[in-house]
Design a protein around this ligand. Structure first.
Ligand SMILES: [Zn+2]
Length: 152
């Protein structure tokens, strides 16, 4: 006996036991296979879950978001200068060539962000997750506004 995952034209899914695939096809042709929910004989064999899983490569949605964020945090920590609350001032200095161009990270207020926008400074804003490793970073702990805005 083989178990098949079956589905009817009304979207119901159920299982059916048959001696073989031919057995199923024969019974279906003569209308012996019917949906236990609505009784229709318009029934199709669905691909088994196993078959679908084994032929599919992992999708991006299956990546652990926590791990992805942890990696992002590590990258920022290693490659960006932490300027804390001086972020807006430092960004402006870099923009106008007062200091050398480099990667910086820090915190900024809404007013500062609007000012940077007006000055044409390109920056990215990301919500930093709370992680034990980054808990002491100025990025998230030195800015009260940030906490109030993003913590719900
Ligand atoms: Zn049905």
């Amino acid at each position: 006996m083989i178990v098949f995952d079956l589905g009817c034209t009304n979207g119901h899914k159920f299982e059916g036991w048959f001696g073989s695939i031919e057995d199923f096809e024969n019974q279906r042709e003569v209308g012996l296979v019917e949906c236990p929910i609505c009784g229709t004989t318009q029934v199709e064999k669905l691909l088994s879950t196993f078959a679908i899983k084994s032929h599919r490569s992992p999708k991006p949605s299956e990546v652990d978001p926590g791990q992805a964020l942890a990696e992002l945090c590590r990258f920022l920590k290693d490659n960006f200068d932490d300027v804390g609350s001086q972020f807006a001032q430092e960004a402006l200095k870099i923009h106008y060539g007062v200091t050398e161009k480099r990667n910086i990270r820090g915190v900024s207020t809404v007013d500062e962000e609007e000012m940077l926008d007006r000055e044409g400074v390109k920056f990215a804003k990301i919500p930093m997750p709370r992680m034990p490793e980054a808990a002491s970073s100025a990025f998230i702990s030195d800015n009260k506004d940030w906490d109030e805005e993003d913590e719900e």
